[in-house]
Design a protein around this ligand. Structure first.
Ligand SMILES: C[S@@+](CC[C@H](N)C(=O)[O-])C[C@H]1O[C@@H](n2cnc3c(N)ncnc32)[C@H](O)[C@@H]1O
Length: 176
């Protein structure tokens, strides 16, 4: 095989790998959109409000359902909470796990999976940045699984029936 052939084969292999990764990424994003919401990260100001509103003291179990790149989970862990994230997109799971590992956040954990199949009963607080069309079903899930008094912090979207106890700009605070 000539050097030129090797170069052409390597280039073709790289191109195919990139195309396959791109295709897989598109499929994974579509699944996230169908099963919940697309990845749109929360702004720093919303994350700061979440932490201020929580004010629950350390050792509290909090979960971000649809944790994206892990920014909320890591901020919550930094604030002293036992912070978990559940995320369906494997790329975002890898990215957020890497961030957790590099920052050595022992109280932060990212689970790969579907939030609809993930039991929320062990958490004192649920945080989320969803989308309008899932809020009805999500409310039913929270009512079925969460203890009475569980705090729910939602970036922007409201629930049809849950009692909203506060709003700080985009952040809405609810109680189950
Ligand atoms: C709007 S983003 C919010 C990301 C992060 N919570 C934040 O506030 O920066 C929604 C995330 O939910 C994820 N997602 C969508 N459907 C999901 C499902 N059924 N289970 C777990 N994660 C899901 C998406 O992949 C996306 O990362």
């Amino acid at each position: 095989m000539t050097t030129l052939n090797v170069i052409i084969l390597t280039a073709a292999f790289l191109l195919l790998s990139i195309l396959l990764l791109h295709l897989f990424n598109t499929i994974v994003n579509l699944i996230a959109i169908i099963k919940g919401a697309p990845f749109v990260p929360s702004r720093d100001s919303v994350i700061s409000s979440m932490i201020e509103e929580l004010g629950l003291g350390s050792g509290i179990n909090v979960v971000d359902i649809g944790s994206g790149d892990g920014r909320v989970v890591i901020a919550l862990a930094k604030a002293g909470y036992n912070a978990h994230g559940i995320e369906i997109n494997p790329y975002l799971v890898i990215k957020s796990r890497l961030k957790v590992m590099l920052q050595r956040r022992k109280n932060a954990r990212i689970h790969w999976g579907d939030m609809w199949a993930y039991n929320l009963s062990s958490y004192d607080c649920i945080v989320l940045y969803g989308i309008g069309r899932i809020m009805d079903d999500l409310e039913k899930k929270l009512m079925n699984e969460c203890r009475s008094g569980t705090l729910v912090l939602s970036n922007f979207f409201k629930f049809p029936n849950l009692e909203q106890i506060k709003q700080v700009e985009r952040l809405r605070v609810f109680k189950v």
